[in-house]
Write a protein that binds this ligand. Structure first.
Ligand code: AMP
Length: 370
């Protein structure tokens, strides 16, 4: 079987690595330069998008910011999974908020802003402090403002207005500031029959708005039940097929959805070493209508992102429970270059392993470990 993935980054790469043992071949479409490429080598495959669509059994995506004309061409073939509405909701915070309301899952109060008048109304409706997020194109905390005091209104509006005017369909979503205790996420999958599986919740630590550390949670059955229920409501609402990630705020044990990602997700990379079936294989299984299982936590596991570094001290390989995954990308400041999965026999031992790792790695490059 052959699958075309829209997007040719590390997520497509890891789908290819996970699918090869199942004899499922992945080809990738780079939406920026419009080339069909090999997801591991980025080598050009001599096919147009239309030829690639004909060539494969299933089409899916590794990210949500896909031009709608490309999505339309793919969905017309009848081979695209999940449905394009899910991808569109992941790429537009207005659609995402409407989806969360329709699925009746808890999320931060919000108001959509196109004009300064909307902005002033948002202050009454949502209250201060508030978080302002661009409707389109925002990720890793980009395109966001915080409004704490009324006297910041004019300055924040001037900056936001520039962004709103920069593209035709852009707007802002004002969101109530949530004083969360921590951020967690849930990765799960749903297939054509509506069968669902979820992985254990993951606790996520961000540094400067970018995910730095994810740890698979253990012994959180009540929180897991809440998250599973919301996963099922959202996935059913979308008639979703594939892996879906949901990011939550944990406020004293009550979960509120922050955002969804209609794809495999950075906070699920730990599943490569922590479970029998990792999220990449699970996504391919779901879109190819194969059985879904193997999400149980096998060992305590955490993941550390490698940001802006293209090498690590060799002696990291003296730790057999540290698994390094490089993405083969050119070095750029802050860029996601790879990740390290760390495993242990218990959560106490995992903390010890992370402490050992922090003595090997450069603390400036991995501030989360320091
Ligand atoms: P996002 O791109 O929506 O995931 O936002 C980036 C980060 O900003 C999140 O991981 C949170 O740490 C923070 N954040 C986003 N929305 C809110 C909110 N409504 N209240 C408090 N913090 C938020």
């Amino acid at each position: 079987m052959k699958v075309l993935v829209l997007g040719s980054g590390q997520l497509a790469r890891m789908m290819a690595l996970a699918s090869a043992p199942l004899n499922i071949e992945i080809i990738a479409y780079d939406v920026n330069n419009q080339n069909v490429v090999h997801p591991l080598t980025q080598q050009l495959i001599n096919l147009s998008l239309e030829q690639a669509i004909d060539d494969v059994t299933v089409i899916t995506a590794e990210f949500e910011h896909i031009p709608h004309d490309i999505l339309d061409i793919c969905s017309q073939s009848g081979k695209f999974q999940p449905n394009p509405d899910a991808i569109k909701a992941g790429g537009d915070r207005r659609l995402e908020k409407a989806l969360l309301d329709n699925a009746k899952v808890s999320n931060a109060k919000y108001h959509i802003i196109n004009t300064k008048e909307d902005f002033l109304n948002a202050i009454d409706i949502v209250g201060l402090p508030m978080v302002l997020k661009s409707a389109l194109g925002g990720y890793d905390g980009k395109g966001q403002w915080r409004l704490k005091e009324h006297d910041q209104v004019n300055q924040v509006w001037n900056e936001m207005e520039e962004l709103i005017k920069s593209s035709p369909n852009q707007a802002m979503v004002a969101e109530q500031f949530i004083p969360f205790n921590r951020e967690v996420s849930l990765i799960g999958a749903r297939n054509k029959n509506g069968d669902m599986v979820t992985y254990p919740l993951t606790e996520n630590v961000h540094v400067d708005g970018v995910l730095a550390l994810s740890t698979a949670l253990e012994g959180t059955s009540e929180l897991q039940q809440q998250a599973d229920k919301m996963f099922s409501a959202i996935a059913d609402e979308l008639n979703y097929i594939g892996v879906l990630a949901i990011e939550f705020f944990d406020v004293n044990g009550q979960l509120l959805v922050n955002e969804i990602a209609p794809r495999v997700h950075n906070s699920g990379h730990w599943t490569q070493q922590g479970t029998d079936v990792c999220q990449f294989e699970m996504h391919i299984r779901a879109v190819c209508n194969l059985p879904l299982n193997g999400t149980e936590l096998l060992r305590s596991t955490a993941m550390i992102n490698i940001l802006g570094e293209d090498s690590l001290p060799k002696n990291i390989l003296t730790m057999p429970n540290c698994h390094v995954h490089w993405y083969g990308k050119e070095k750029r400041a802050g860029r996601k270059m790879g990740h390290i999965n760390v495993c242990a026999s218990s959560s106490e031992n995992l903390q010890k392993e992370l402490a050992t790792l922090s003595t090997i790695l450069d603390n400036d490059a991995f501030p989360v470990l320091a």
